[in-house]
Design a protein around this ligand. Sequence first.
Ligand SMILES: O=C(CO)COP(=O)(O)O
Length: 250
Amino acid sequence: MARKFLVGGNWKMNGSVKLAETIVNALNQGKWSPNVEVVIAPPFPYLQLVRNTLRKDVGVSAQNCYTESKGAYTGEVSTEMLKDLSIGWVILGHSERRMIFGESDEFVGKKVHAAVKAGLSVIACVGEQDAEREAGQTTAVVFRQIKAIADQLAPADWANVVIAYEPVWAIGTGKVATPQQAQEVHNELRGWLAKNVSQEVADATRILYGGSVSAKSAPDLQQEQDIDGFLVGGASLKDQEFLQIISSRQ
Ligand SMILES: O=C(CO)COP(=O)(O)O
């Protein structure tokens, strides 16, 4: 089954109104293959500006949301609010959320469930730290993380979930995983889905790679069979490089 290639741009806590306008303009004028879907994830304050000015065939994503639809949760943003702004996507379980803000596997799973139930599409992130890879625990770590997500979902929910494999040692370091390293883990994750959810879900679920993706590394990475797209951090803030990454896939 053909899985549509997806390129996501995660701005993290970067940007400004000016940068948002620059990136929106570049994407609005950009041309790329109809076989590639594009989603950008600006910080909360810029979501509405971006959604209102960006071409409609490009998705807009939040970088986080909470499990509850409203209430006394100071500083949090609900799935309902995202929907109110016509934001169709949310990134959940990013390693920065897990490591800096202490989000547990279980909490990430609950957020994915809440977002899917609210009708949002989710980019759910998994990935091992350097020491875990060194200790030969990569598979165990990503299986533990994906299980905590799968535990909260019914098989049909997977239609609105994309997995992003983001090895922590490759994020923001310039140390990109080799195509073989990424392919190996993507293949393991797909195998996990086949065994623990269903073959259909394994065949249909997109698994993105994230971690120092650049215009230079994208062409080789995108050739791997189980790499169905990218989640781009730093390079998604550079409009022309981001367009080049999108165009690495035909
Ligand atoms: O964390 C990432 C995307 O979510 C990757 O970030 P970089 O592309 O800056 O390494």
